[in-house]
Ligand binder design. Sequence first.
Ligand SMILES: Cc1cn([C@H]2C[C@H](O)[C@@H](COP(=O)(O)OP(=O)(O)OP(=O)(O)O)O2)c(=O)[nH]c1=O
Length: 199
Amino acid sequence: MKRLILASSSPRRIEILKNLGLEFEVIPSNFEESLVDDQPQRLVCKLAESKAKDVISKAPSDSIIIAADTVVVKDKRIFGKPKSQNEAYEMLRELSGSSHKVVTGICIVDNINELEVADYEETTVYFKELSDDEIWNYIKTGEPIDKAGAYGIQSLGGLFVKKIDGCYFNVMGLPVYKLYTMMGELGINILTEVVKNGK
Ligand SMILES: Cc1cn([C@H]2C[C@H](O)[C@@H](COP(=O)(O)OP(=O)(O)OP(=O)(O)O)O2)c(=O)[nH]c1=O
């Protein structure tokens, strides 16, 4: 396969891709994200596409570039990463005792063949009722600050999740089934690649 580039600084995305056994390089994008007023599904695809395009010029010419963007959607409101502890509190208060959607957009660019695919995945997450004490104690751990919706299902935030409907990896920021399907559309079979590399 051509060189695989992950256009992300997210430790979760790096971990998920590593766990698949794929060989890849990380080139984070410097694209400045902003949550413009848009439909969430379209927004995450656009943001993922902008991240991937930002990395094209920094990547070798024979690269496959993967980028993603994750948001939390509650009653038509879109939550990205909180900018302060107070904003994290507001987000978690909103998510308490109800369900919300986590939407991740993925964009994959095949540099050499000038091909691009973009798509999204959605997961519904059901939160327990949270007391103010729980929310502030959680914020004190520092976990919410770099995560969409101010929680991480893979760590302490998992304590608040009663159940999910959909892909778990999508909530963490990189839905692997979707990635497998989209890479397939570009003629790349992740499983075959990993076996070929002797993993
Ligand atoms: C909801 C949720 C989000 N997240 C994370 C995944 C993403 O890293 C982050 C959403 O922010 P993103 O803007 O999607 O990604 P990022 O800024 O962390 O990284 P990059 O743009 O370089 O790819 O929230 C979790 O880790 N667990 C969760 O349960």
